[in-house]
Design a protein around this ligand. Structure first.
Ligand SMILES: Cc1cc2nc3c(=O)[nH]c(=O)nc-3n(C[C@H](O)[C@H](O)[C@H](O)COP(=O)(O)OP(=O)(O)OC[C@H]3O[C@@H](n4cnc5c(N)ncnc54)[C@H](O)[C@@H]3O)c2cc1C
Length: 413
């Protein structure tokens, strides 16, 4: 039995699901009405923990009213302490908390009259000749079935598609409040390589200052294996106290995650009316783990197609050229052919930061890409490119983010 009938069903209320639902709640003038159902996981194992998304864009954007912070200067520090601080105008590096995007979506969905939110965990999507049936279970155990012409599924994959190289970007962050001013609220420490480097891969500190006494301080590794919580906390304590020199501080929240950095090919359609969007549809930039901008490109294109009656296949978030360059870089990093900290520090020292950020969003032209290529270790990258086609593709289990800032508060100093 069908409980709800809609034009569009959006499965999952994370970055991709919320972004698409918001865009469908704000139709352009003259667009035909589209009834949309957003299926959000109830509290429990399927619900993603709160998290912080950072991304960059020129000028204003659709989420500006709910940003936690925004900056126009970034700093990268080498292993030996050399530093480059770069202005990124006209870009802004923006920080958005997932709860803030949820709040915005809730308000706009309620006001739209077009989009409704159903709190239920989806367990099956069954294609039909005219769309698909989405089967879900509510928190109390009751079932709900939605029929939609188009279904966009953003649930994380259990198994990553086969890849030649998969590195994990894994991290843990503390929201800290210091007794005395300790941070420069005007500058993000994007990659601070003064952390002890692991034997395989690389590590760095990341600091998002939201005030002189408050920041999100993270320890991140690009490597093949995640750490236990105690090891992240040791690394964070070392970074906060020994490297940043923080003495009296309180940890007010925590977040932790794993982002696969992979050259896998992600499917974007599983049946004529059923598509994937978001990280599960390849929105993550393989060489950096940044995903939010790719999600915005995909959901913008899907909403535009739906509003104009076109076939809404989500586009690839990254061009073929970007994916090829990233595959070569990932293979070189994973194989130890290049020194990761030296590679990223050199790029930020030699290439204007705004251009590098545009490059990471696929907004540079071929000439600019070649210019950036002049600052990478050419022999190592060529060796990686030559061997890459002979590497077999293997499937790996996906790592779910394990936990987050919702952990119980435990002050430390
Ligand atoms: C802690 C953390 C920090 C990150 N920070 C950044 C960053 O700063 N910048 C950046 O670009 N990227 C970042 N990423 C990577 C990426 O942007 C995020 O993972 C992003 O949330 C991906 O969006 P998504 O919609 O594809 O997946 P998610 O946001 O994970 O959304 C998937 C949704 O599906 C829901 N779901 C799961 N199962 C079911 C079910 N059975 N039924 C219904 N719903 C279900 C989940 O509850 C979740 O809401 C971060 C990742 C993590 C883990």
């Amino acid at each position: 039995m069908v409980d709800v009938t809609a034009d569009v069903a959006v499965v999952g209320a994370g970055a991709a699901g919320l972004s698409l639902a918001l865009r469908l709640a704000r139709p352009p003038a003259g667009a035909g009405p589209l009834d949309t159902v957003l299926l959000a996981a109830p509290a429990g194992p399927a619900r993603a923990a709160p998290r912080t998304w950072c991304f960059w864009e020129a000028g204003g954007g659709p989420y500006d009213e709910v940003l936690a912070a925004s900056w126009q200067r970034l700093r990268v520090r080498g292993t030996g302490g050399s530093e480059v601080t770069a202005a990124i105008a006209p870009l802004h590096y923006k920080m958005l908390r997932s709860e803030a995007l949820e709040g915005l979506a809730e308000r706009e969905i309620a006001a739209s009259g077009r989009v409704s939110r159903v709190e239920a965990a989806v367990d099956r999507i069954a294609p039909t000749p005219d769309g698909a049936l989405v089967h879900a279970r509510r928190a109390g155990g009751g079932r709900v079935t939605v029929h939609a012409r188009w279904v966009f599924d953003s649930r994380p994959l259990g198994l990553l598609p086969p890849a030649r190289t998969t590195l994990l970007q894994h991290f843990r962050g503390w929201f800290v409040r210091t007794e005395r001013p300790a941070f420069d609220p005007g500058v993000v420490e994007l990659m601070d390589f003064r952390t002890p480097q692991p034997s395989h891969g690389l590590s760095f500190g990341y600091v998002l200052p939201v005030g002189p006494r408050e920041a999100l301080v993270e320890y991140t590794e690009f490597s093949s294996r995640v750490l236990g919580r105690a090891a992240y906390d040791r690394a964070l304590r070392h970074y906060a106290q020994r490297v940043l020199g923080l003495d009296r501080y309180e940890v007010t929240g925590r977040e932790q995650g794993v982002i696969p950095m992979t050259d896998a090919e992600f499917a974007r359609q599983s049946a004529p009316g059923v598509f994937r969007i978001g990280a599960c549809a390849g929105a993550t930039r393989p060489s950096t783990g940044y995903t939010f901008s790719g999600v915005q490109r995909q959901t913008r294109a899907v909403a535009a197609a739906l509003h104009s009656g076109r076939h809404p296949l989500p586009p690839r978030a990254h061009s073929a050229r970007a994916r090829l360059m990233d595959a070569v870089l990932l293979h070189a990093l994973a194989g130890g052919r290049i020194d990761g900290p030296a590679f990223f520090t050199r790029l930020f020292t030699r290439v204007p930061a705004a251009r590098l950020l545009r490059f990471l969003d696929g907004r540079t032209n071929l000439a600019e890409d070649l210019g950036i290529g002049a600052h990478v270790p050419v022999a190592a990258m060529l060796a990686s490119a030559v061997t890459l086609p002979f590497v077999p593709r293997r499937a790996l289990p996906a790592h779910r983010p394990t936990d987050t800032g919702a952990e119980p508060h435990a002050p430390s100093a």
